[in-house]
Design a protein around this ligand. Structure first.
Ligand code: 13P
Ligand code: SF4
Length: 353
């Protein structure tokens, strides 16, 4: 990787200090050694300087790479936490380091701000799995149902839905809705989990899936549990609700990417713990960097869409965003989608402080 720097912008001593700061945070023998941190340090320093100059904030999903998470981001979290930060920020410019539907969500909840996405083609198999025409067909077929759209959907689909949800609040919101019938889209596995946890309501589920979470197998989780237990220890299996039901059945905890971090943080507070995070690799990377007493077990899977973004594209988006990096939405779609997202905020209980 060639570092993109501006001559004279940073001093050698600053670069070395920044490289060591990054190394202390993200050291991984196979990937993030001190030499690599020296390569990226001029970029992270320039990003930090540009954020001040432009009154910009960098929001990054947990599935972004550690150089972005610890070198560029002002806030890292799950899709719900990020949508709150985007809604409430005082910055003029939001650089959203993630996939497109999350950057669109930021623009919808805070339309006055300029929102840029470093990699504008970064999609999502769930967001691509349902169209506006299909939502209209559900509405015609089930006029008495609430149409509930997972946030992993296009702005157009959100605009046609009654309420949005994320992996942090779908159970709570669907329970609170007055309708006894729900059309849940697009994730068939999250929808199946909802149906099992909400037997008092009729739940009709669309048929799309996350290519990353769908690939996990229950046998793998069982084998890891047996291996750790053979050493006399307990394995805590944490799974994202986009996993298949037979995988969720093996889990000690099911929750959003940030809820998994919180769960592991609580385990660590009680001493050393073995954790298998059944989700995208970014969560395992964060656990390794932030929770030294959590032993991360097992292999993870990388989301090819999330991993389209690299530190270089974040820097370029801050230096001089290209027109295709700016999120622009048709006003009627943005208005409709905002109504569904505002309803999500209204129906989500504020986190206990
Ligand atoms: P979170 O809501 O947990 O951030 O999940 C978003 C996502 O895309 C998971 O694959
Ligand atoms: Fe979409 Fe799955 Fe990637 Fe999340 S991990 S962005 S749901 S494809």
């Amino acid at each position: 990787m060639t570092p993109i720097t501006r001559p004279g912008l940073v001093h050698a001593g600053d670069v070395e200090r920044e490289a060591r700061r990054l190394f202390e945070r993200i050291a991984q023998p196979d990937r993030w050694d001190l030499e690599m941190c020296r390569v990226i340090a001029p970029m992270t320093l320039e990003i930090q300087a540009l954020k001040k100059q432009r009154n910009a904030v960098v929001l990054a999903h947990s599935y972004q790479t550690p150089d972005i998470v610890y070198g560029a981001a002002d806030f890292v979290g799950d899709s719900y936490g990020l949508s709150l930060k985007a809604r409430d920020t005082k910055a003029d410019l939001i650089v959203f380091s993630s996939v497109r539907f999350m950057a669109e969500t930021a623009k919808i909840v805070n339309p006055q701000k300029k929102v840029v996405i470093p990699e504008p083609t970064a999609g999502c198999s769930l967001a691509d799995g349902v169209t506006a025409a299909q939502v209209r067909a559900y509405r015609r077929a089930h006029p008495d149902a609430a149409i509930v759209a997972y946030v992993n959907t296009s702005a157009e689909v959100k605009a046609l839905s009654d309420v949005c949800v994320t992996s942090a609040n779908y159970l709570e919101i669907c329970r609170r809705l007055p309708e006894s019938k729900i059309v849940f889209l697009p994730d068939r596995y999250m929808g199946a989990h909802l149906r099992a946890r909400l037997p008092e309501k009729e739940v009709i589920v669309h048929d799309a899936a996350c290519v990353v979470h769908e690939a996990f197998r229950p046998e793998t989780a069982r084998e890891w549990r047996a291996s750790v237990e053979a050493q006399g220890r307990r394995l805590h299996i944490l799974a994202h609700p986009e996993c298949a039901p037979n995988v969720l059945a093996e889990a000690d905890f099911v929750g959003s990417s940030e809820a998994m971090m919180e769960y592991a943080r609580k385990l660590e507070a009680d001493g050393q713990a073995d954790v298998l995070p059944v989700t995208e690799c970014g969560t395992a990377d964060r656990m390794r960097a932030e929770l030294p007493n959590v032993r991360v077990v097992g292999a993870c899977s990388e989301c090819p869409f999330m991993k389209q973004t690299d530190l270089r594209s974040v820097l370029e988006a801050l230096r001089a965003p290209r027109p295709d990096q700016e999120i622009r939405l048709a006003p009627d779609i943005a208005r409709g989608a905002k109504r569904a997202l505002d309803r999500m905020f209204e129906l989500t209980r504020p986190a206990a402080s």
